[in-house]
Design a binder for this molecule. Structure first.
Ligand SMILES: Cc1cc2nc3c(=O)[nH]c(=O)nc-3n(C[C@H](O)[C@H](O)[C@H](O)COP(=O)(O)OP(=O)(O)OC[C@H]3O[C@@H](n4cnc5c(N)ncnc54)[C@H](O)[C@@H]3O)c2cc1C
Length: 402
């Protein structure tokens, strides 16, 4: 079996490679492979509206099967790729098929980090990465009134908001005393915690889950922390982050932590590209990876354009992510992991605020803007200046950011 382009991973990045190939009038055959059993769907909805909507049993699909037929994109579902031979340009699947390619795109995303503590196999313990996880959570939720969430990251807090809005009592157990502070700093962290507490969510901060307590039927009924605190819970959802999905053996390519690509999405091997969460790519002089929706979307499209016309499209989209919790939206543009200072515009407590994360030269490398405090266009323009920030002007809310 042979296709002109084979895409492994039919999620945000992979689906958008296929879609953009056709939008760019690519005449070749396209195969879209995924180990999951569903056509491409929008993963980000699983912790938000989709979960809260009790009447929605299907995945939030991007397109129905007719679209894929019409576009001549051949999906291979329930198909796990295990091995790639770049010399002879074929891949192998777990069920023993060889699929040959001219161009290959790896969009295998991320996979869950698992918690391995006592009673981890008990009933009522869940993770959330894919539709099956989400469906299992949705079913179990119907039976419970009290949930513990292990992990105070974006997924954990989005779930806390969704479950709280469904009338469920939620306790978030976070190893950090300041959830999200590593990414957003302490001011933003405090805002998030207060926002949740004001709605009745409880927090156990600076403690790690050490043991699940179970009843005689091996069903979870509490989480015990390393400090001996016991959090009663009829259900636990663990959200302690992800690792890049590099489970495929690729002859001649070292893929320890992710797949390194250049600005065209090309790996070190000819005719093999990578896009989305799994890609490690050059951004402003550093090699970074981004585990967010828009990056997967744009990188997928960019790779498609480079397949249609070799090296035609250098990827330089500024990283962006957002999180929706209750009726509030938080957006972040740029990229920084170790800022020197954070400058505040607006009043954090009011919920309308903008935080600039400055490097040692006072240049803003990332900006968080809450509840549409500013326009994305203005924030992007400011970051693109790449010049030392005039702190006084920035902090003066009477002056327009523009
Ligand atoms: C519940 C949830 C909520 C989110 N909310 C937000 C949000 O609000 N904002 C935001 O910016 N980001 C959000 N994200 C993150 C965002 O969804 C990811 O960044 C995005 O899904 C990455 O897309 P991807 O295509 O690179 O990889 P993935 O979505 O991880 O997809 C990879 C695909 O590859 C398949 N695959 C992997 N290995 C193989 C193999 N060997 N063979 C065959 N198939 C394989 C997998 O089955 C999977 O379908 C959220 C994620 C989750 C789980």
């Amino acid at each position: 079996m042979k296709f002109d382009t084979v895409i492994v991973g039919a999620s945000i990045a992979g689906y958008n490679v296929a879609k953009q190939l056709r939008a760019s009038n690519y005449p070749g055959t396209i195969a879209l492979i995924d180990q999951e059993s569903f056509l491409p769907y929008d993963r980000k909805e699983l912790s938000k509206n989709w979960l809260v909507d009790r009447n929605q049993p299907n995945p939030p699909y991007f397109q129905n099967r007719t679209y894929f037929n019409k576009q001549k994109i051949t999906p291979f579902l329930n198909t796990t790729v295990t091995f790639i031979n770049p010399t002879n340009k074929y891949l192998q699947t777990a069920d023993g098929r060889d699929i040959y390619y001219e161009e290959l795109v790896l969009a295998t995303g991320s996979q869950l980090r698992k918690l391995n503590i006592e009673n981890s196999d008990a009933d009522g313990i869940f993770y959330l990465r894919n539709f099956e996880d989400a469906l299992a959570i949705k079913k179990w939720i119907k039976k419970v009134k009290q949930v513990a969430i292990v992990g105070g990251g974006f997924i954990g807090l989005e779930l806390a908001a969704s479950l709280n809005s469904m009338g469920i009592k939620v306790t978030v157990i976070s190893s950090s005393p300041h959830p999200l502070a590593k990414t957003l700093g302490n001011d933003a962290s405090n805002y998030f915690v207060n926002m949740h507490q004001a709605r009745g969510v409880e927090f156990v901060l600076g403690q790690v889950a050490q043991k699940f307590l179970v009843d005689a039927d091996n069903r979870v009924n509490a989480v015990e922390t390393n400090q001996g605190e016991v959090v009663p819970s009829e259900m636990v959802i663990v959200g302690i982050g992800v690792v890049l999905n590099v489970s495929i053996e690729i002859e001649g390519l070292n893929v320890d932590h992710g797949i390194i690509v250049n600005e065209f999405g090309e790996t070190a091997l000819p005719h093999i590209y990578a896009a989305g969460d799994v890609a490690i790519w050059p951004y402003r002089g550093q090699m970074i990876h981004i585990e967010h929706w828009e990056n997967a979307y744009h990188q997928g499209r960019s790779v498609a354009k480079n397949i249609v016309e070799n090296k035609s499209h250098a990827f330089s989209v500024m990283p962006y992510f957002w999180t929706d919790q209750y009726d509030e939206t938080f957006e972040y543009l740029g990229y920084t992991r170790d800022w020197a200072d954070i400058v505040v515009r607006g009043d954090v407590k009011s919920g309308k605020f903008t935080l600039a994360y400055l490097d040692h030269d006072d240049i803003a490398q990332g900006i968080l803007f809450a509840n549409k405090s500013e326009s994305r266009k203005d924030i992007q323009a400011l970051l693109n200046l790449n010049k030392a920030l005039d702190r006084d002007k920035f902090m003066d809310k009477n002056k327009k950011l523009k």
